[in-house]
Design a protein around this ligand. Structure first.
Ligand code: PMP
Ligand code: GLN
Length: 404
């Protein structure tokens, strides 16, 4: 198999390390989007039998009771298409979750939509609300599917930088990038890849801007329960925001079942109508028995939603402190699965070169953060590591890294 590093700037973002650099049948909107970095780095981990601190998936499955609820649902006959909007038990459980944790009220009949993971929710939302040529503001660095989904919709991604080490944005700059074509803003908090949890004050500024310029806010809240410092404040909670927010979450991270792909949206009836129109032609519906199991999991909030953060905080400490000791400069991670390090003190090349060498040199995989930037030459010294792994796996990874 021929591998090559392809750092060409694609249509919207940098494509790295593709199996082939040409995609003759691919439409112009998607040219430059290669195989995702997560798939590529997991393939490298497999090839070198390396510890995978790249792609964010836990190495311990979620609670057995939830898995058994899915198995029972299969036995009980939840094996045909569920309703396109999602089964009523799950929509009711999602509405109760929003009311319980955030005091946000949604009608489960008209204001909740179940999706094939947050990934489909994000894509369907953008495809639903954007016209060709619209602009979508995104805080940079950003999760990779945003650029692809924006490109598919024919809109243009407008980045607003989060500056390290605290990942703050310049509110004046944010205001300056708004134009008459700005349709939406994507907010991801807790934030992948940085681990930033946006503060109340920052969210208030973002909400104010959305109201002032009549923007739709697409909020990616998949890490809402994976917070170690601070609190999660949904943007929909701010004044005049609930009706302009498409609030997205997912069972993947909260319950440690990333392969089940059960996500959801809560939004106003009009926004749900728009997104549902697109969603029905993407997947129509998915995961009937998993929907039953996630309804069960959400209906037991104290037992399951709140279980993940304490154990993950331990893993975060273990990895962050371990990396610090090895002279990787680790930045504070207040939430998510991820910690970012600056490798300037230990490596003269780029993070991409570092991450490509690492599996073969010491048997560890990490993600070069440059893939999360559209702006050229950004994140070149930054590496993202995931700590959603067993402590003994993290310890072994650190032991291997100490041989560098
Ligand atoms: N948004 C962010 C920020 C993510 O990190 C991920 C990866 N889980 C997703 C969305 C996709 O979520 P899902 O697996 O539910 O599609
Ligand atoms: N969200 C995961 C991460 O950031 C990756 C999910 C995927 O591979 N699509 O690592």
């Amino acid at each position: 198999m021929v591998f090559e590093i392809d750092c060409r700037l694609g249509h919207q973002r940098i494509t790295l390390y593709q199996m082939t650099s040409r995609a003759p049948y691919l439409n112009s909107r998607m040219q430059g989007f290669g195989t995702t970095i997560f798939a590529q780095m997991s393939a490298l981990a497999h090839r070198h039998n390396a510890i995978n601190l790249g792609q964010g998936f836990p190495d311990v499955d979620g609670p057995i009771e939830i898995a058994e609820a899915a198995i029972n649902a299969i036995r009980d006959g939840y094996n045909q298409y569920p309703p396109g909007q999602g089964i009523a038990e799950l929509r009711t459980a999602i509405a109760s979750h929003q009311a319980h944790y955030y005091d946000l009220n949604y009608d489960f009949e008209t204001q909740v939509l179940v999706t094939a993971g947050a990934t489909e929710a994000i894509a369907a939302s953008l495809l639903a609300i954007c016209e060709v040529g619209d602009e979508v503001i995104v805080f940079e660095p950003f999760y990779d599917s945003y650029a692809a989904a924006i490109a598919l919709s024919g809109a243009k991604l407008v980045p607003v930088q989060l500056s390290k080490p605290n990942w703050e944005f310049d509110p004046e700059y944010l205001r300056r990038v708004v134009t008459p074509r700005t349709r939406a803003l994507i907010l991801n908090s807790p934030h992948n890849p940085t681990g930033k949890v946006f503060s109340y004050n920052e969210l208030e500024q973002i909400a104010g801007l959305c109201v002032e310029y009549d923007l739709i806010a697409i909020t990616d809240e998949v890490y809402e329960h994976l917070i170690f410092e601070g609190s999660h404040y949904p943007l929909a909670n701010f004044e005049n925001m609930q009706d302009r927010c498409i609030s997205i979450s997912s069972a993947a991270k909260t319950f440690s079942f990333t392969g089940w792909k059960i996500g959801w949206i809560t939004a106003s009836t009009k926004l749900i109508e728009a997104v549902k129109t697109v969603k029905q032609f993407l997947t129509y519906a998915n995961g009937a028995p998993f929907q039953v199991a996630i309804a069960y999991a959400l209906n037991e909030p104290a037992r399951f939603c709140e279980r993940i953060a304490p154990s993950l905080a331990e893993s975060r400490n273990e990895l962050s402190l371990g990396l610090e000791k090895l002279h990787f400069s680790a930045m504070k991670s207040d939430g998510t699965y991820f910690v970012t390090t600056d490798i300037s003190d230990i490596y003269s090349g780029t993070a991409l070169e570092f991450c490509m060498e690492l599996p073969e040199r010491v048997g560890v995989v990490a993600i070069p953060s440059s893939v999360f930037y559209q702006t050229p030459n950004q994140g070149e010294k930054l590496v993202r590591w995931t700590f959603c792994k067993r402590i003994d796996v993290i310890t072994e990874a650190l032991a291997r890294l100490s041989k560098l």
